[in-house]
Write a protein that binds this ligand. Sequence first.
Ligand SMILES: [Zn+2]
Length: 112
Amino acid sequence: MKIVRTSILPFHGFSAINLLGILFVHHGVYLSNELINHERIHTAQQRELLYVFFYIIYIIEWLVRLTMRGNAYRNISFEREAYANQRNLNYLKERPLCAWRHYMRPAARHRK
Ligand SMILES: [Zn+2]
């Protein structure tokens, strides 16, 4: 994964953003193994959806989640999969195709 350090991206409040498999990170942000793995999971999601469908689904799901309870960003299925598995550094070796589908359930079912 190509990593680009910049002060422009990502937007305020985020430390990194993965665009088309390129990771844009603010200067000074520590790139932990978990963060890299999180972003690699997003790259896998993007590839299997031919990139364009990833962004279309991501934005539509975010807009829908804005109308629901909880944090819309954190409840997007792509983010749920990435956050749930970022600590498993072997996850991408064992990950089923389109595993994000299994994270589309309503947010309330994931609460502890
Ligand atoms: Zn993410």
